[in-house]
Design a protein around this ligand. Structure first.
Ligand SMILES: Nc1ncnc2c1ncn2[C@@H]1O[C@@H]2COP(=O)(O)O[C@H]3[C@@H](O)[C@H](n4cnc5c(N)ncnc54)O[C@@H]3COP(=O)(O)O[C@H]2[C@H]1O
Ligand SMILES: Nc1ncnc2c1ncn2[C@@H]1O[C@@H]2COP(=O)(O)O[C@H]3[C@@H](O)[C@H](n4cnc5c(N)ncnc54)O[C@@H]3COP(=O)(O)O[C@H]2[C@H]1O
Ligand SMILES: Nc1ncnc2c1ncn2[C@@H]1O[C@@H]2COP(=O)(O)O[C@H]3[C@@H](O)[C@H](n4cnc5c(N)ncnc54)O[C@@H]3COP(=O)(O)O[C@H]2[C@H]1O
Lengths: 109, 109, 109
């Protein structure tokens, strides 16, 4: 048993949920926020058998897209106001950031 | 040290919190959503000593109930509209889905 | 690769986010609730290289403060109404509760 924690963009959340249900994989969704952009995103928690890891990774990859986003810098990082450039910069946000954790025990009550 | 991630129904959330506090087990609650029913549920994150795993599993089992729920199918899963049956179906929702994760290091600041 | 789950007080959440960004550590934030005080707090999920664990623990320690809070007991724990003392008690809330989990596989799509 493994527990997958996958951070995806909100825009892909429903499509990924549907794809997981169609392939009979169960999941739980947690509302989350990105540390850098402070924008909402979705963290999927997916408990699966070891043999299904590759199949689920493929489903995540096929349903989550990389996107560009224009961001007005919030504040002078590192604190030096002189280096502060107020122009918006383009940031690329990946489709999914995925951590696969070992599970020692699994129970359903 | 182990970290328990337990997905329970919202209806049992306060009762489980109380039972954990009475037994001196600390926990953190995360608002979550079920991948299939898209209904709100609660994910408990409970860090415990190895020796307490069975005691906490018993507390979860005794305070979380299985329930039936009538669900109007949201959309034709798998995409084939002909197989779409609009009648509500009965779905059984378990009391708790529990993952026990190994913890390599624990700190309190 | 390790996954750090750190429960911190809401008051320290932005300061910790800023410090992580300044040090080029990526993180995701989950809104959470304390099992005992039932007050909102923040759970940080931080995926890092093994070599960065100590640096990130230091950043958490330096940006999260212990605080005292006066709490009016919500209900007679353990059920015995006679022992119920309605006076507020002082509870100390730690700066951070931190679990470091092993990661078997990490992917970015
Ligand atoms: N210091 C910095 N300077 C310049 N650009 C920066 C930066 N930190 C992040 N970015 C960029 O901003 C995007 C959004 O980051 P955010 O933290 O809001 O949202 C993140 C975060 O919620 C999560 N995430 C990524 N890596 C993580 C990690 N190691 N641990 C925990 N969560 C992570 O996945 C979301 C998407 O991450 P992704 O890497 O695809 O995309 C990132 C990255 O391309
Ligand atoms: N392996 C796993 N990984 C991560 N989270 C997990 C999980 N297994 C269960 N969960 C979480 O626990 C909740 C209850 O699951 P349970 O299997 O008892 O109860 C389920 C199950 O009996 C049923 N169900 C789920 N998927 C189904 C499907 N494809 N077809 C028919 N019934 C399904 O609907 C109930 C509610 O499911 P929902 O997804 O809304 O809510 C789920 C989900 O949030
Ligand atoms: N092993 C663990 N697993 C998962 N999450 C954990 C955890 N240990 C701590 N946490 C999380 O960290 C928050 C702060 O815990 P701390 O122990 O510093 O500060 C605690 C503690 O000093 C005190 N406290 C907790 N349970 C108590 C009890 N049964 N009797 C008296 N005081 C208690 O109340 C403060 C706030 O607790 P609260 O539950 O609202 O909020 C907790 C909880 O969300």
């Amino acid at each position: 048993m493994k527990l997958i924690m996958a951070v995806v963009q909100d825009k892909d959340s429903n499509r990924l949920s549907d794809a997981l249900v169609e392939n009979k994989f169960q999941a739980t969704k947690l509302a989350s926020t990105g540390g850098f952009l402070r924008a909402g995103n979705t963290t999927f928690m997916i408990g699966i058998e070891d043999k299904d890891v590759d199949a689920v990774l493929t489903i995540i990859k096929e349903n989550c897209e990389t996107r560009e986003q224009l961001v007005a810098p919030i504040s002078p990082m590192g604190g030096n106001a002189d280096s502060y450039v107020p122009y918006p910069v383009e940031v690329q946000i990946g489709g999914a950031t995925v951590f696969i954790l070992p599970v020692e025990q699994f129970e359903k009550f």
